[in-house]
Design a protein around this ligand. Structure first.
Ligand SMILES: O=C(O)[C@H](O)COP(=O)(O)O
Ligand SMILES: [Mn+2]
Ligand SMILES: [Mn+2]
Length: 557
């Protein structure tokens, strides 16, 4: 690629030098008001006031499907694709879509990553570790099925699956059906002489899929089961494991304890040993990076790995381009360059980014095109407020919203920054627990945090842009086509822990906003990718020509 020209042209009307606060409410979509819309039920006077009475300064944008680079408009949005679009200002084909394409064309089998792990097929076992789900956020079951089939056709004689149950991007309890599906495939392979079976498992939030180094014990539990073949629960098969563990009081797919599958003699059927190949089949990075480090870094010291097998390891994608982690991967990740963060910093915009641990990488790593670290540390400060660990967030629904808001207020008032960019996780993290009452508390806490930030913006004569990355808290129930809540077999409503397909708000304002600024009415279906050019305008710059168009125009006032 030719070297980019980083100089952004001046905006014809909008001035430079205003402090701009960009606030992302995680999991905050727009939906009809009813009792399952926690944003509606909660007291959210600040977000309400942005919406009411300001038709030229509040609008909805798409946050799911093709608008954020996902395969189809049936795909709900998620943090990775949402923050990528917000930060990059363009729509990139995302992991889910890239893996689909590589499987459809067969290119996945020809590339370096697969050929690397294939070298182990003769003598070793192929281990596949990841989220068994059709949620399409971190992984997809149909892709796993194709990998298992394709690998066996290309010489894998012994395959072991290490599954993580979902219940977060899909309905709780759906793990059972996914296991039945994959077990059928594995049984067929066994008939054809391939020794293929599930070797271990556990719930994604308790086993393996932590993120941003919040709680290494989660990854350790997975390591013990997957690599060492050790877990507190032992079963003869995965279906029995999940059904039994789910029968415990308060058990759910997200938090199932780790288990291993054992043979008649009680020996685990699939520890990872020297000479084996390992593929982590999640395409999304955040919740696989920690395991990738444990599998790949020779000087890893976050927990005692006890035994470090000599393996050939590949990720479904490369999860961190900066760290080159993992070094081998089956499909190349989207190449997201020239993000708005990089442009703005290079044009002198001093930037502050903040969230608590569980979403810290969202406003840094994802925002910057899946890139770790600063562009220019003399002009940037990224602050991570430690999240609570070892709890489910319905226990502390206010999370660290207040602390994030305080740090952000201080950053605004310090006069040291031109942009402050934050993520408020409450609606999403508590929404994922399926606890409606707690989610209402969460939404209120997020609204109060917005108030603190907007008050500081007011004090410095700045500008705000408040938006969200996808829906979640605005709809907590699974609905039929007519939009009515669906009931389960026992007659209770089916709680929706996942994200939604709903659009999200974008609100702009503040004393520093030029009085002639309003939302354009000529953009047909804007999405999150239109936000970056908008923010550049608010900083007094025009966006690069290949960015999705700005949402705003300036009229004479
Ligand atoms: O990883 C998670 O927590 C969920 O699968 C998706 O949530 P997020 O996209 O908001 O992070
Ligand atoms: Mn999110
Ligand atoms: Mn989420």
């Amino acid at each position: 690629m030719a070297t980019a020209n980083w100089t952004l042209p001046d905006h014809p009307t909008l001035p430079k030098g205003k402090t701009v606060a960009v606030v992302v409410l995680d999991g905050w979509g727009e939906a009809s008001p009813d009792q399952y819309n926690c944003i509606h039920v909660a007291q959210t006077p600040v977000m309400d006031s942005l919406k009411n009475g300001a038709p030229e300064k509040w609008r909805l944008v798409k946050a799911h499907g093709t608008a954020v680079g996902l395969p189809s408009d049936d795909d709900m949005g998620n943090s990775e694709v949402g923050h990528n679009a917000l930060g990059a200002g363009r729509i990139f084909a995302q992991g889910a879509k890239l893996v689909d394409a590589a499987l459809a064309s067969g290119k996945i089998w020809e590339d370096e990553g697969f050929n690397y792990i294939k070298e182990s097929f003769d003598k070793g076992t192929l281990h596949l570790i990841g989220l068994l789900s059709d949620g399409g956020v971190h992984s997809r079951l149909d892709q796993v099925q194709l990998i298992v089939k394709g690998a066996s056709e290309r010489g894998a004689k012994r395959i072991r699956l290490h599954i993580l149950t979902d219940g977060r991007d899909v309905l709780d309890g759906s793990s059972v059906g996914f296991i039945e599906t994959i077990e059928k495939d594995l049984a067929q392979l066994r008939e054809q002489g391939v020794d293929a079976r599930i070797a271990s498992g556990g719930g994604r939030m308790y086993v393996t899929m932590d993120r941003y180094e919040n709680d290494w014990s989660v990854v350790k539990r997975g390591w013990d089961a997957q690599v060492l073949g050790e877990a507190p629960h032992k079963f003869q098969n995965a279906l029995e494991a999940v059904k039994t563990l789910r029968a415990e009081p308060k058990a759910n797919d997200q938090y199932l304890p780790p288990f291993v599958i054992v043979d008649e003699s009680g020996k685990s059927v699939g520890p990872i040993v020297d000479g084996d190949a390992v593929v982590t089949f999640n395409f999304r990075a955040d919740r696989m990076v920690m395991l990738a480090k444990a599998l790949e870094f020779p000087d890893f010291d976050k927990f005692d790995r006890v035994r470090v097998p000599k393996i050939k390891y590949a990720g479904m994608l490369q999860y961190d381009g900066e760290l080159k982690l993992p070094s081998k991967y089956l499909v190349s990740p989207p190449l997201i360059e020239r993000t708005s963060g990089e442009y703005l910093v290079k044009n002198g915009v001093r930037t502050f980014a903040c969230s608590e641990t569980v979403k810290f990488g969202h406003v840094t790593f994802f925002w910057n095109g899946n890139r770790s670290g600063y562009f220019d540390e003399t002009r940037e400060e990224y602050v991570e407020i430690p999240s609570d660990s070892g709890i489910t967030f319905n226990e502390q629904p206010k999370m660290k919203a207040l602390e994030i808001a305080e740090r952000t207020r201080d950053a605004i008032l310090s006069g040291k920054f031109d942009q402050v960019r934050i993520n408020l996780p409450n609606g999403d993290m508590v929404g994922h627990t399926g606890d409606i009452e707690a989610t209402v508390v969460a939404c209120k806490a997020a609204d109060e945090a917005v108030k603190m930030v907007l008050d500081a913006v007011e004090q410095v004569g700045g500008i705000y842009l408040v938006t969200a990355d996808h829906g979640n808290a605005e709809d907590m129930v699974k609905r039929n086509k007519a939009g009515q809540p669906m009931l389960d077999k026992s007659g209770s409503i089916q709680i929706l822990t996942s994200h939604t397909l709903q659009p999200v708000p974008v609100a702009i304002g503040g004393p520093g906003l030029h009085p002639g600024v309003r939302f354009r009415s000529d953009i047909q279906t804007p999405g999150l990718a239109n936000v970056a050019a908008t923010v550049m305008n608010l900083h007094g710059f025009q966006a690069p020509a290949d960015y999705e168009t700005t949402l705003i125009e300036v009229v004479d006032k």
